[in-house]
Structures are given as C-alpha cells and as structure tokens.
Design a binder for this molecule. Structure first.
Ligand code: PGA
Length: 230
C-alpha cells in the first residue's frame, strides 16, 4: 500500500491525496515514514486532505485528527505544512468550514487518490448510515458505535468523544480519480462483505464504492473472510 502511494508520488509529485485516520492506516503511515527516511518517497510537492475531523475540540487537543496525523505522518515526512489540510473542527461555523474545505479540494483540482477506511457500520469518512447522504463536505452527527471506536484517544471515556464532526461527503470521496479502501481484522469481515457484495445503499455508505470505476479494496485475510467467490 505504502509502496503503491510511493509509486504514485514518483509518477506525479504534485499528487492530491485524501487521507484517513484510525487504527487501520497506522501501518501504512509507518511504512511511508520508513520509505521517506530511506529516500524512497518525496512528499515535498504533494497536497493532502484528511477525510474528517471532530467538531468542538480545541486545536491543541491530542484527540483531534490533526494531532493524529502529526503523530503518525506529518511530523516525520517532508510534506509542506501549508499543503496538509484537515477540517478545522474548532471553526465558529462548522457549516462554513465544510463549505471552505470543499472549495479548497475543488481548487486543488479534486483528489487524485482517496485512501479511506471503513467503519464497522459501513461509514466512509464520517458519513454514517442514513436514508440519504450529503454529497459534499458537511457537518455530521456521529453514531454511538463510531464514537465508541474512537474512545481510546479520549482516555477510553465515551462521554468525552465529540458528537459531531466535519466529513468529506460521499460525492467528494467518489469524485476522487482513484479510491483505495483499506480494511483489516476479523471485526471488519461482515461489513466488508456487505459493502462489496450487497446492494448499493446509503445504509451502507461504503457500498457506494461499487459505483466507482477505479476503486480498489485492500484487505488482510481476516477482513476478506466473508467474501465468497462468484
Ligand atoms: P478504524 O476506523 O481504522 O479505526 O477501524 C475506520 C473508519 O472508521 O473509517
């Protein structure tokens, strides 16, 4: 995965990347940092847009996704800080911030490669299962399960995990020229099977990837366990 991104960056040093947070991408970031230290990947001209950010945390809070990205990638590679973007969760108006973020992605020419994870409930970014989903970057309300999955960064206390976030919309993600979905571990096997083999529905936001002409899914054996061949 990291090698694939390194190749993409070699081919197009000005790549615009969509980036995820969470448990799943940590090994990918570790590998990218290693490749960078070996002089095998250069981020100096790349631009990044993270998928989402909690609303309401002060910028210096260690639980923000900006802080996660600093810890796992930004502090260790030669990305230009001015070209690393994470929604500002502390903005006075999350709605205005979402619009600003969407406009910045458009101004950068859209995403070349969106790397995304999948929530246990099928969410992509923080687009939770619903009867309908906003296409563009938006303020969203988090499901309890999604908040629980993030509790570790808040001292294990669910009550401390924010209830709101700003997330790229499903249209923003699906407009990326390439989408790479990462999933690992047995706890993702059911939702991966639903997303890839089930009907396309906003009740399983990741199923919308079936509509994308250049989406790839990278799974470990455990996450692929429920996929039957057809
Ligand atoms: P995880 O999160 O990598 O921590 O499982 C994935 C997601 O919620 O998108």
């Amino acid at each position: 995965m990291a090698l694939f991104l390194a190749d993409c960056l070699q081919e197009d040093p000005g790549l615009v990347l969509g980036l995820p947070t969470g448990r799943t991408p940590v090994p990918m970031y570790r590998a990218l940092v290693r490749l960078h230290r070996q002089g095998r990947v250069d981020f100096s001209r790349a631009t990044t847009f993270n998928l989402d950010e909690f609303v309401g945390l002060p910028a210096e809070h260690p639980g923000t996704y900006r802080a996660f990205m600093e810890r796992h990638l930004f502090a260790h590679v030669n990305l230009n800080p001015a070209r690393t973007h994470v929604p500002h969760g502390d903005a006075a108006s999350p709605r205005a911030e979402a619009a600003r973020y969407e406009a910045m992605i458009a101004a950068a020419g859209g995403l070349d490669v969106a790397v995304i994870g999948i929530g246990g409930n099928g969410h992509i970014g923080f687009n939770e299962p619903a009867a309908s989903l906003p296409a563009g970057t938006n303020g969203v309300t988090l499901r309890r399960a999604s908040r629980a999955a993030n509790a570790a960064a808040f001292g294990g206390q669910l009550a401390r995990v924010p209830h709101r976030a700003i997330s790229m919309g499903v249209g923003t993600i699906l407009s990326a020229r390439h989408v790479l979905l990462l999933a690992t571990g047995a706890d993702k096997a059911d939702i991966v099977a639903k997303a890839l083999r089930g009907p396309v529905t906003t009740r399983v936001p990741a199923s919308l990837l079936q509509l994308h002409p250049r989406a790839a899914v990278i799974l470990d054996r455990a996450a692929a366990k429920k996929l039957t061949s057809r």
